[in-house]
Design a protein around this ligand. Structure first.
Ligand code: ARG
Length: 381
């Protein structure tokens, strides 16, 4: 397979940017980029190009159901920050601005990449905010089971958790070629939502909570052939992400049996539908708690309508929507949602967000830093 050269990728992106934004002068810009690539092996996106590219990366995220709002993404160009301390302080500023007292704003921050000379950063956490998970001597897990190995890694760096079910993990930042550094996230930076149910007072006694803002921090943003391995971004939650998956999955907080017991449901046989009943109560609780505490969250029915509106708008612009059905259709309410009955092509368009090897996992870390892998900018080899 022939991979396209850096210049070709730049060309494709810049032509799309100029044409969608009704700008003239793309030829001149391309000449500049060509010279820059010849002289330095790479090129630098302007702040406006970066901002538009990040929005397109969201629009092209086949697994994201919230794409109707792609144009509203707030992009923070922080490529000039040069120490892990600065990146940490800025990530906290991202959180504050994105949280916005509960009226969550979709936000993306871009930090230095090795492509442009100097060294790039990586945030090793999956998200800026996530809860720790501890394997207890009795075989049980305290906290989020999905965080157990990362929590162990943080502990190996010298961090110590409080050992509650909802401990904030530290932020771990690594500058290329240097040791990872951890930073404790101050409690006041994090908006948490305590969960209660509008009818069942026992629910509150479970002492459940979730955080308000999901900020994905381990994906690589790619625009016009340039990679940004450190570009954390957030939207707001959809109900089922928390209520069905994070709190409901057996391999996560696994709360359905706990709720079923409180609800006095017969859990001896699956056909009593105890899981379905408990799941609904969990959903009601998460929805009401976020609403009453003034924190943005979208239910899956509304999200489905919004996604179909996005499809309509895209088609009106002459673009065909690319989407991954298995990710778009929420994990609850199946066929009652409009998106269940649709089908999409699932091609990966550029710009986009990509998974990248977890830099803290021995077996995933590249032997030679991926940043430095000498790629010819013209042949792509
Ligand atoms: N599913 C992830 C979680 O539950 C968050 C993924 C991003 N979600 C979003 N609504 N932007 O933490």
């Amino acid at each position: 397979m022939r991979t396209s050269s850096l210049f070709e990728q730049a060309q494709e992106f810049l032509q799309q940017y100029y044409s969608e934004s009704n700008l003239s002068g793309v030829e001149k810009r391309l000449d500049q980029v060509q010279v820059e690539i010849l002289q330095t092996g790479t090129y630098r996106l302007t702040e406006k190009e970066l901002s538009f590219g990040a929005k397109l990366a969201w629009r092209n995220s086949n697994r994201c159901m919230g794409r109707l709002f792609w144009k509203t993404l707030k992009v923070r160009d922080r490529r000039s920050l040069s120490s892990a301390e600065e990146v940490f302080a800025d990530a906290m500023a991202h959180l504050k601005s994105a949280t916005h007292g509960g009226k969550i704003r979709s936000t993306l921050s871009v930090y230095a990449t090795a492509d442009e000379g100097g060294s790039g950063f990586r945030i090793l956490n999956k998200q800026l905010i996530r809860f720790a998970g501890y394997s207890l001597p009795n075989g049980e897990i305290l906290g989020d089971p999905d965080s157990v190995s990362f929590t162990r890694y943080c502990t190996s760096l010298g961090w110590e958790g409080k050992k509650t079910a909802f401990d904030l993990l530290p932020l771990v930042i690594q500058r290329e070629g240097e040791h990872a550094q951890w930073f404790g996230i101050p409690e006041e930076q994090v908006l948490r939502v305590n969960l209660f149910h509008p009818e069942y007072s026992w629910f509150q006694e479970l002492n459940l909570q979730w955080y308000a803002v999901p900020v994905i921090s381990d994906m690589r943003l790619e625009i016009g052939g340039i990679s940004f391995p450190c570009a954390p971004f957030n939207g707001w939650y959809m109900l089922t992400e928390i209520a069905a998956r994070n709190l409901g999955d057996e391999q996560r907080y696994n709360l359905l049996p706990v709720l079923a017991k409180k609800m006095k449901l017969d859990t001896r046989q699956v056909k009593t539908l105890w899981k379905d009943k408990a799941m609904l109560v969990l959903q009601e609780a998460v929805l009401h708690s976020f609403q009453s505490q003034g924190v943005t969250l979208v239910d899956h029915h509304t999200a489905s309508e919004q996604f179909l509106e996005f499809c309509k708008q895209e088609e009106a612009k002459g673009r065909s929507v690319q989407a991954d059905w298995a990710w778009i259709v929420p994990p609850a309410a199946g066929s009652t949602l409009g998106v269940f009955h649709k089908d999409w092509e699932n091609q990966i368009l550029s710009p986009n967000f990509y998974y990248q090897p977890a830099a803290w996992k021995e077996d995933e870390a590249p032997k030679t830093p991926s940043f430095a892998a000498g790629k010819c900018p013209f042949s792509g080899n």
